[in-house]
Design a binder for this molecule. Structure first.
Ligand code: FNR
Length: 340
């Protein structure tokens, strides 16, 4: 199967499989405050991650590029959405462009349509320092995401079968690059053990938790003999944020089934600096068009402002401090893992 075909398959199956909607954030409850001493006008949604600052606590996470004109069109529209909100956007894995210069344009388009914005490069942990430099140069990246996706590779028929030396390569890349490096999971979540190993090495982690786009289900849909035991494998987004914060004090982004202002607010209250959204933005764009996506995301930010007003949290720093009650599966997970 060609790489280009795989990129288009991923988009098609991501839209069809949808998002599971059990990312653990439903277990997180805010404690209502009757005297918030706040106003909508005073709420400031801006946030920062590593050395980068932007207008609202979300980003369009890595999805595509390298599938010819179809992915180029999607990336152009996603880039314009990110530019509209002054939030970061990550391109999909750039390995295709490093191997075949004909695929470069579908990535470069993101920088061309978001000239002044924050654009993140993306490669897997098999990448070398040389490849990382080329990927960043191609789109004048502000940050490099390195995705770690062991489960997806195992389920993918043409996927990797050896995962040796990833930490060492990530460390060499971070040392060689002048921009921050973020390690990101792709939907199976982040443990405190992994976050602790990454802490001395990288500037940011995207927890990529379970409960959103499910790459085990997507890859299994492409196989004749599925490996379905991985379909419900992973650490939920809610638990992943707390796990990560236990071992990592730098930038944390929470991705994994984020589709609403409430989920963004809860993620930040659990300790994230911001959220990443992939499948939901793709669905808004592909099903309703770019204008619909912008309207829906604008509404989401208005809702976030109202939630923060009701909680008396006028900025992202204050939202991190609001009291929470955690129940259900997430409570049991965190108790057994000794995380509070
Ligand atoms: C992805 N994702 C992804 N991540 C990555 O680091 N490199 C990549 O090339 C891709 N490709 C990709 C394609 C498509 C179609 C989707 C939907 C997603 C993973 C993505 O960035 C994110 O981690 C997961 O999708 C979980 O977030 P959501 O979709 O639940 O918001």
């Amino acid at each position: 199967m060609s790489r280009e075909k795989r990129k288009l398959d991923h988009i098609e199956h991501a839209l069809k499989t949808g998002q599971a909607g059990d990312n653990g954030l439903e277990d997180v409850k805010f404690v209502h405050q009757s005297l918030p001493n706040s106003s909508v006008e005073a709420v400031d949604l801006s946030t920062s991650l590593a050395t980068l600052s932007f207008d609202a606590p979300f980003m369009i996470n890595a999805m595509t590029g390298g599938g010819g004109t179809a992915t180029e069109g999607i990336n152009r529209q996603l880039a314009e959405i990110a530019a509209h909100f002054h939030v970061p956007i990550a391109v999909g894995s750039q390995m295709a462009a490093l191997r075949d210069p004909d695929q470069e344009q579908s990535f470069k388009v993101v920088r061309e349509y978001n000239k002044e914005g924050l654009v993140f490069a993306n490669l897997g942990s098999e990448a070398t320092v040389e490849q990382a430099k080329r990927a960043c140069d191609l789109i004048k990246a502000d940050l490099l995401q390195i995705h770690i996706n062991t489960v997806q590779e195992l389920v993918m028929p043409e996927g990797d079968r050896s995962f040796d030396g990833a930490l060492e390569r990530i460390s060499q890349i971070q040392e060689a690059l002048p921009i921050p490096v973020m390690v990101k999971e792709v939907g199976f979540g982040m443990s405190k053990e992994a976050a602790t190993k990454l802490a001395p090495i990288v500037d940011a982690i995207d927890v990529g938790g379970y409960g959103g786009t499910n790459f085990s289900k997507i890859e299994n849909a492409r196989r004749e003999m599925p490996y379905s035991f991985f379909d419900d494998w992973g650490i939920s987004t809610a638990a992943s944020i707390v796990e990560t914060r236990e071992g990592f004090s730098k930038g944390v982004s929470a991705t994994g089934g984020i589709r609403s202002a409430t989920e963004i607010a809860k993620s930040i209250a659990l300790g994230a600096d911001m959220c990443g959204m992939a499948g939901y933005v793709l669905k808004l764009l592909q099903n309703g068009g770019q204008k619909h996506a912008i309207q829906t995301l604008s509404h989401m930010l208005e809702e976030l402002t109202f939630i923060m007003t009701a909680l008396g949290a006028s900025d992202v720093g204050a939202l991190k401090q609001v009291p929470l009650v955690i129940q259900g599966n997430t409570y049991h997970w965190l108790s057994q893992r000794d995380l509070h």
